[in-house]
Ligand binder design. Structure first.
Ligand code: NCD
Length: 467
C-alpha cells in the first residue's frame, strides 16, 4: 500500500515492509542532503507541541526545512484556543485547513488519534502522554539497522521506566514485528503494563518467560532482568526449556541496551512517594564491563537525567547522539512519503496480521479508566463516545481505541431482553457464563452496578457470580 495520505499514530500503522521503505528513502536522502531541497516545496507542516520537546520538534522542523517546505507552529497550550476550552477535534479541523501535514505532541493519550480522525490531512504522533511515540521508534530501529544490518534475532534489553515510557511502548511492538527478542529490565514498580504484554503475546505470538522462574544459581552474574520475550521469528528458541533458554540467550551477549529516564511527569502519587529515583538503576562503565555487554549498543531516546553516566559518551558502544541525529533523515523520508511527494516500493508484507476484534461502541455503560485518556476529558466528551475493542471474553477485557488501556468491566447485560419488557432487563456479573453467552452485537457492558441500574437494569441471580 502506498504511504501517501496515511497517518502515523501508533507503530501498528506501519508494516515492517513499510518501515524498511522509509529507511531506504532516509538512506538516500542522507547521502544527498543538498538535493532534497524542493521535494516538499510549497507544502506546509503544522508543528503542534503541547509538551516539552527539543529533539523531536527541532528535527521535524529541520526535516521540513531541508525538504524546502514551510513550518507553522504552536508550542504552548496556553497560547492556543485549547486554553479557552476548545476541543482537540475543532483545533484539528482548523489546522487541517491551513497545513498539508500535522505533527502533534500532547499529554493526553489518544490525542493524536483524535487529530487524525478530524484533520483531513496526514497526522504524525510525536508522543501522546505515556501511550506511543512511533517516530522515535523509527529513529531507534534505523540506528540498530545501521549498526547491525538486521534486527531479526537480536536481543534488545529495555531498561528503566517501562511503564510510562512511550518510546518503550512503540519500540516493543516494532521489535516484535521485526523478530527481535526483548529483555525487560524495568526499575521495580515500573514494569511494562499488562495490556501491552497481552497485546504482544496474543497479536505477535511468541512467549514471555519470567526471570523469577530461574534457579538462584542461574541468576548469578546476570544484570537486573525481569522477563524475556522470545518472538516467533526464532521458533527453535521456543522449544527450549525456559531456564535453559534465558541462559543460552545471554551467552552470546546483549545486542542493544535501551535506557530510559523515569517519566516523573506521569508518575502516580504513590510512585513519587516511593522515591523511585533513589532506586533507579544507573548504566555506567561498571555495568558495561559485564561480558554480556561487550558488543552492546547503548541507546537512549534522550533527554537523560541520572540513569546514563556521562563517562560513556566517548565509548564506541554509545549510540544516543546518533539516534538523535538520524531524526532528520528519517523524518524527512516520512514527511515526503506521507505527503506523497516521494514514493517507494514496499517489498514485503507484514507477518503479523492485525486481529479484527468485535467493538463495543454503544457510547454508554463504561468509560475508559485511564485518567490521561483523551476520551474522558471534559472538553472532549461532547463529541467523543467511548469505544473499545473486546479483546477477551474470559475475563471480559476491553481495550480503549484511543489510549489502548485495558480494563476488565464488572457487569454485562443483553439488549435482547424478552419482548422488550422492561421488567426483564437484568444485568449479570462479567465473571458469570453470561459474559461469553451474549452475542457481541447484543452485549451491553457496565463498569458499576449503579451504571446498570441507571439504565433500568436489575440484578439477576448471576450479578454476583464469580465463575
Ligand atoms: C522522549 C519522549 O518525549 O518520550 N524524548 C524524545 O522524544 N526523544 C523520551 C523522554 O522524554 O524520556
Amino acid at each position: 500500500m502506498a504511504l501517501a495520505n496515511r497517518n502515523l499514530v501508533t507503530i501498528d500503522d506501519l508494516s515492517s515492509g513499510e518501515i524498511e521503505a522509509v529507511f531506504s528513502l532516509a538512506d538516500k536522502m542522507a547521502d544527498s542532503m543538498d538535493e532534497q531541497f524542493g521535494v516538499c516545496r510549497g507544502k506546509i507542516m503544522a508543528s503542534l507541541f503541547f509538551e516539552p520537546s527539543t529533539r523531536t520538534r527541532l528535527s521535524f522542523e529541520t526535516a521540513m526545512h531541508r525538504l524546502g517546505g514551510n513550518v507553522i507552529s504552536a508550542v504552548d497550550i496556553g497560547a492556543t484556543a485549547l486554553a479557552k476550552g476548545e476541543s482537540i477535534a475543532d483545533m484539528a479541523r482548523v489546522v487541517g485547513s491551513y497545513a498539508d501535514i500535522i505533527v502533534i505532541r500532547h499529554p493526553w493519550e489518544g490525542a493524536a488519534k483524535v487529530v487524525a480522525d478530524y484533520a483531513g490531512v496526514p497526522v504524525i504522533n510525536a508522543g501522546d502522554g505515556g501511550h506511543q511515540h512511533p517516530t522515535q521508534t523509527l529513529c531507534d530501529l534505523y540506528t540498530i539497522k545501521k549498526e547491525r544490518q538486521t534486527i531479526k534475532g537480536l536481543k534488545i534489553a529495555l531498561w528503566g521506566d517501562l511503564k510510562y515510557g512511550r518510546t518503550i511502548h512503540s519500540l516493543i511492538f516494532a521489535l516484535a514485528k521485526f523478530g527481535a527478542n526483548i529483555l525487560f529490565c524495568p526499575t521495580p514498580g515500573l514494569e511494562v503494563p499488562e495490556n501491552i504484554i497481552k497485546k504482544l503475546t496474543t497479536e505477535y505470538g511468541g512467549e514471555l518467560e519470567k526471570y523469577e522462574a530461574l534457579d538462584q544459581a542461574d541468576k548469578r552474574g546476570l544484570f537486573p532482568l525481569d522477563a524475556i520475550y522470545l518472538t516467533p521469528g526464532s521458533p527453535h528458541q521456543l522449544a527450549m526449556m525456559p531456564n535453559v533458554s534465558i541462559q543460552a540467550e545471554l551467552k552470546t551477549g546483549v545486542d542493544a541496551l535501551y535506557v530510559t529516564r523515569p517519566q516523573k511527569e506521569r508518575f502516580a502519587t504513590a510512585e513519587e512517594g516511593r522515591e523511585l529515583n533513589k532506586r533507579y538503576p544507573v548504566v555506567d562503565k561498571r555495568l558495561l564491563k559485564g561480558k554480556v555487554f561487550k558488543k552492546t549498543l547503548v541507546m537512549h531516546p534522550l533527554p537523560r537525567v541520572d540513569e546514563l553516566a556521562y563517562e560513556l559518551d566517548a565509548d564506541p558502544r554509545s549510540m544516543y547522539f546518533k539516534q538523535a541525529a538520524f531524526g532528520v533523515p528519517v523524518r524527512m523520508a516520512l514527511i515526503a512519503l506521507l505527503l506523497g511527494t516521494k514514493e517507494v516500493s514496499i517489498l514485503k508484507e507484514d507477518f503479523f496480521p492485525q486481529i479484527d476484534y468485535p467493538l463495543y461502541r454503544r457510547g454508554f455503560g463504561v468509560r475508559c479508566p485511564n485518567p490521561r485518556c483523551v476520551s474522558i476529558q471534559a472538553s472532549e466528551t461532547k463529541y467523543i463516545k467511548p469505544e473499545f475493542k473486546i479483546v477477551n471474553r474470559k475475563p471480559l477485557t476491553l481495550r480503549c481505541i484511543y489510549c489502548e488501556h485495558g480494563s476488565e468491566p464488572k457487569y454485562v447485560a443483553s439488549s435482547d431482553w424478552h419482548e422488550g419488557r422492561l421488567a426483564n432487563k437484568k444485568y449479570h456479573s462479567a465473571g458469570s457464563h453470561w459474559a461469553r453467552k451474549i452475542k457481541p452485537e447484543n452485549l451491553i457492558i457496565f463498569d458499576s452496578e449503579s451504571e446498570a441500574e441507571a439504565h433500568g437494569f436489575k440484578p439477576s441471580r448471576y450479578a454476583r457470580a464469580h465463575h
